[in-house]
Design a binder for this molecule. Structure first.
Ligand SMILES: Nc1ncnc2c1ncn2[C@@H]1O[C@H](COP(=O)(O)OP(=O)(O)OP(=O)(O)O)[C@@H](O)[C@H]1O
Ligand SMILES: [Mg+2]
Length: 315
């Protein structure tokens, strides 16, 4: 047995001629938060569908919590929690009833259900609203209730399909902090999908960039970004930068220098902006060039996405 909470090899899903998921290999360690980041139609929901036993793979294999999604679907289902991209809540029930019914479906006893509900209402901060009917909830409250429902059975692996879609930044950060706390406190493994860059950056230990059914790159958020290469130190200054440029071009760690003679701005591409900043600024002493302002820019996950897919990811 491996200690992978999720393992998939060569996962494919075809719908007629359309290849929704095109040979996905996935390994998610127990206790990790993994984010599948990709645009609309990339195959994220279909992948979650296969991993949660709801969609039958055309080919390939997947194991979740140690069990095969096809041959041992029952065992998989009893160990996972899922929240769906589209909110599926009975609007005429109270939040408490939604959670209670879910617990009953999984044959939890009354005492256990009551205890879980108390804990989960506390976690997602629904407070007294838990006894109001869902119809009266805001979008953020519905998402929080769905998250609580996904956790009702104390899963080993939680699947969240676009957990903050349509939420404002404040509600989004609330959901992020619940997910982070859960992961830290209970070692819950989380696989989430998102098309929000910041969500992947804020939450995930590992990010998989998906595009057109394929996992085109995987790594830590910072690893995906640093593999793009250089930092850039942007220097804004007064005077003629010619001497400055000549001097820094001679430094071994400087990969490239671009200067704009009109504005006096200089962009210095280096191996590590934070490490080289002092030397770059120091080089500007004398020579008729005065530094006004310096910023270090890093490539972002947005650049990584662009790099691997050839297009920008728009929210
Ligand atoms: N049941 C289905 N029948 C036919 N085509 C489907 C079905 N489900 C998904 N698809 C197609 O498979 C592709 C991948 O869809 P999927 O929903 O997995 O993408 P996604 O990454 O979740 O997108 P989004 O960000 O919009 O949620 C899309 O082209 C979609 O139209
Ligand atoms: Mg989707």
């Amino acid at each position: 047995m491996s200690d992978m909470a999720i393992e998939a090899r060569g996962l494919v899903k075809r719908y007629g001629d359309l290849v929704a998921v095109d040979g996905v290999d996935l390994q998610v360690e127990a206790g990790a938060i993994y984010a599948m980041l990709g645009p609309n139609g990339a195959g994220k929901t279909t992948t979650i569908g296969m991993l949660t036993t709801l969609v039958r793979p055309t080919s390939g294999i997947a194991r979740v919590a140690g069990f095969d999604v096809l041959a041992q679907a029952e065992q998989v289902r009893s160990r996972i929690g899922v929240t769906f991209q589209d909110i599926v809540l009975d609007q005429d029930l109270t939040g408490r009833q939604v959670l209670d019914i879910h617990g009953r479906l999984y044959r939890q006893g009354g005492d256990l259900r009551r205890k879980r509900i108390v804990d989960l209402v506390d976690l997602v901060q629904l407070g007294d609203a838990i006894d109001r009917i869902v119809k009266t909830y805001s979008g953020g409250m519905k998402r929080r209730l769905e998250l609580a429902r996904g956790l009702m059975t104390d899963p080993a692996v939680l699947f969240l399909d676009e957990p903050t879609q349509g939420l404002d930044p404040q509600n989004r950060e609330g959901i992020w902090s619940y997910i982070r706390d859960l992961n830290r406190q209970s070692g819950l493994t989380v696989l989430l999908t998102t098309h929000y860059m910041e969500e992947a950056e804020a939450l995930a230990h590992q990010v998989g960039i998906v595009d057109r059914g394929k996992l085109v790159a995987q790594g830590t958020p910072s690893g995906l970004v640093t593999q793009l290469g250089a930092d850039v130190i942007r220097v804004r200054g007064h005077g003629d930068p010619a001497h400055f440029v000549a001097e820094i071009k001679g430094m071994s760690f400087v990969e490239r220098v671009e200067s704009d003679s009109d504005s006096g701005n200089v962009s210095v591409y280096v191996d590590s902006g934070s490490r080289r900043l002092v030397e770059i600024v120091g080089a500007s002493g004398g020579n008729g060039y005065r530094v006004e302002d310096v910023t270090i820019a890093r490539p972002s996950l947005a650049d990584a996405f662009l790099h691997h897919t050839g297009r920008a990811l728009r929210d």
